[in-house]
Design a protein around this ligand. Structure first.
Ligand SMILES: [Zn+2]
Length: 393
């Protein structure tokens, strides 16, 4: 097999270009959206002779999908990376300078996840320039809105389920330090509200303290629900968890609080359905309400759900990506992650998806975000190798 090499200078140039184009998610402070990065991706691929389509997700926000045909036709391999970043407030370096030092490139998104996107872009162009027949077609989807509502990958998933695109597997670019995330958690987030009777706080017995009632709920979650998680431990991602992530209640220092509200962030494991988990918790909380005097509560409908995912152990993408990464970098492994990614939305529509990319998750969203350039180059080399050997067993 002919060797297709990755040019580290091209990696650095493309990553610097991507970092220099602001693409803060519009849901965050100062967010200008992904449009300019999308235009760059389209231009870069077009200059390589790689055709692109845009998929409008909402006005002014489009996924850009570049397509390299395979020699045999059939389902393609998907490379997916998000174009949006989190906000730049609090950053102690210039977020858009794209400064390189000590083998690293600095700036917002360098690690999460423009490093992955740069590696995928350069891998696509290296494959194209090689002129080699590809055993499998490759699409690169640069998508919007991963950092907030997953609208980009959701639109892509819809296009997959409607038959517009056909993928046998996907590599989702996120900073995994070149390890392979083959399972991750999902979540369901919802509010619980307790209601009491407000009154003058000099006579607490005359009212019903909604904060005190919430304590009953918190105790129930801690002493009856939480201990059950250990028995449900998943071999790769560990047990489910929940976190009471917000609480608010009361109106004034001298008034018995009439209401109190918490937010529950329940992390799900592969095999758990977020809505079923929520229904189960709601039913048990409603039974708690029956048995605790004075407790009146409402369990809100989930305001965010996301799915856990797990790549089937016999998937070709696991075998092939494992071999390709081993050629490009030493000591990399498969593991399960507690955070969510776009991969779960692709897995939902039948595309086995491995999360893989350069950079450390500890660098993501930080004040001096950066990525090691050699890792980006290694990621691109692994992706090229994956494509060239994809047909083999
Ligand atoms: Zn990310």
């Amino acid at each position: 097999m002919m060797q297709v090499s990755i040019d580290p200078n091209e990696i650095e140039q493309v990553l610097r270009d991507l970092v220099a184009i602001p693409s803060v998610n519009p849901a965050f402070p100062g967010g200008s959206g992904e449009g300019a990065v999308g235009a760059y991706v389209k231009k870069y691929l077009s200059l390589q002779g790689i055709p692109c389509v845009e998929q409008e997700v909402e006005p002014g926000r489009s996924n850009v999908i570049g397509m390299l045909p395979g020699s045999a036709g059939g389902a393609a391999l998907l490379f997916e990376a998000h174009m949006d970043t989190v906000q730049t407030s609090g950053m102690t370096i210039d977020p858009f300078a794209g400064k390189a030092a000590n083998g690293r490139l600095y700036g917002r998104g360098a690690c999460d996840t423009k490093g992955s996107l740069a590696g995928m872009l350069v891998a696509m162009s290296a494959l194209r320039r090689s002129g080699l027949p590809l055993p499998v077609g490759v699409h690169l989807a640069a998508v919007v809105d991963e950092e907030y509502r997953y609208k980009g990958v959701s639109a892509l998933a819809e296009a997959i389920s409607s038959g517009r695109f056909d993928y046998s597997a996907a590599v989702v670019g996120e900073p995994t330090g070149l390890h392979r995330v083959v399972a991750h958690k999902g979540c369901v987030r919802f509010h619980i509200e307790t209601r009491g009777i407000a009154g003058h706080s000099s006579a607490p017995a005359n009212g019903n303290n909604a904060i005190e009632r919430m304590v009953e709920v918190l105790n129930f979650l801690r002493t009856e629900i939480e201990p059950e998680y250990a028995r449900m431990t998943h071999p790769l991602v560990g047990p489910p968890t929940h976190c009471i992530s917000e609480i608010s209640g009361g109106d004034a220092p001298n008034t018995i609080p009439g209401s109190c509200r918490i937010t529950v962030d329940r992390r799900t494991i592969p095999g758990e359905e977020p809505m079923e988990v929520w229904r189960g918790l709601r039913d048990r909380l409603l039974r708690l309400e029956m048995r605790v005097p004075g407790l009146t509560l409402t369990v809100g409908e989930p305001f965010i759900i996301d799915y856990a995912m797990e790549v089937p152990a016999d998937s070709r993408i696991l075998r092939q990506l494992g071999r390709s990464v081993a050629k490009a970098a030493n000591g990399k492994r498969e593991y399960g992650a507690a955070y969510g990614t776009d991969a779960s939305k692709l897995a939902r529509v039948g595309v086995p998806s491995v999360v893989f990319g350069p950079g450390s998750i500890e660098q993501a969203h930080t004040d001096e975000e950066s990525v090691e350039l050699a890792e980006v180059t290694a990621a691109a080399a692994a992706l090229v190798d994956l494509v060239l050997h994809y047909g083999e067993d």
